[in-house]
Design a protein around this ligand. Structure first.
Ligand code: DHB
Ligand code: FE
Length: 285
């Protein structure tokens, strides 16, 4: 039986990947962010999964804006890294796991989540930056096969936070029903508060971010009660990406153990965070 061993929530700001690719992680503007990753990366290096699921949004790089599925899943053998206009990032392409993808697809459709199927997909910073946050030096290949699970957070009407959490719960059941004995990691990506354009460009809300970071661990119901308009008002038009963390959280146990979290402002002109949760039952005291 497959088991979710950990969940990592992380921002996917493209300049985090660019800073790594250009060797700027010790630069004074960046050091504080990358130093905050160190304890999580050390723990993750000791807890390697067999397969990972990255819950993310494309930013009109792999999917045209005239067709934006609410939820989707990749079923490919491989995913190429997208060229977002500056050439491809110097990171490995992604090996998929079609067997697990098709199992999850079937189970989720049976539960009423009618996912769009991506037999081909180029993955953008929403996907590759979280992989780099997890694995800064992948060498020739990422540590394991990875499955993309896509969410529309860029065009109205985005799915509700409650629907995202319910999808996560169904995802958790689907993973538990997979007959192979594999350890699964889940990455929930995007956020924290940010707005890239318009009158509130540069908007950051540390109070909302702090509330969200606390509640994602201990009280996700507080976050599922918020509407999409609440997210956009409190976290900015792109801060609504945080609803993707709720899919990760829904796939985990009610009680999780926080390994590490870190909040940093600014990464470019956004708030950024990581939060790492161990999903294994705590050892009896
Ligand atoms: C930027 C892009 C993103 O997709 C995001 O989530 C945060 C920041 C950017 O271009 O700076
Ligand atoms: Fe984004």
């Amino acid at each position: 039986m497959a088991e979710v061993i950990w969940g990592l929530a992380t921002s996917h700001v493209p300049s985090i990947g660019a800073a790594m690719d250009r060797g700027k992680t010790e630069d004074p503007n960046w050091k504080g962010l990358f130093d905050g990753y160190a304890p999580a990366r050390a723990w993750l290096a000791e807890h390697k999964p067999d397969v990972a699921i990255v819950i993310y949004n494309d930013h009109a790089n792999g999917i045209d804006l005239d067709i934006v599925p609410t939820f989707g899943i990749g079923t490919a053998e491989r995913y190429q890294v997208a060229d977002e206009g500056f050439g491809k990032r110097p990171v490995p392409d992604v090996v998929g796991d079609p067997d697990l993808s098709l199992h999850l697809l079937e189970q989720l459709v049976d539960e009423g989540f009618d996912l769009t199927v991506f037999q081909e997909l180029d993955v953008d910073h929403g996907f590759t930056v979280p992989l780099s946050v997890w694995t800064p030096d992948p060498g020739e290949a990422w540590p394991c096969p990875v499955i993309p699970l896509l969410v529309n957070v860029i065009q109205y009407p985005q799915p509700t936070a409650a629907r995202c959490y319910a999808l996560g719960q169904a995802l958790g059941r689907a993973i538990a029903a997979y007959p192979e004995d594999v350890k699964v990691a889940i990455l929930g990506t995007g956020g924290m508060s940010h707005q890239l354009a318009g009158a509130r460009a540069g908007f950051i809300n540390p109070d909302f971010d702090a509330m969200f970071l606390e509640a994602i661990e201990k009280d996700p119901a507080k976050l599922t009660a918020l509407s999409r308009e609440d997210y956009i008002r409190e976290a900015g038009s792109e801060g609504i990406e945080m609803i993707m963390w709720l899919i990760m959280r829904g796939a985990m146990n009610d009680q999780v153990t926080k390994v590490h979290s870190h909040y940093f402002v600014p990464a470019s002109n956004t708030a950024a965070a990581i939060a790492l949760f161990d999903n294994r039952e705590p050892e009896p005291a």
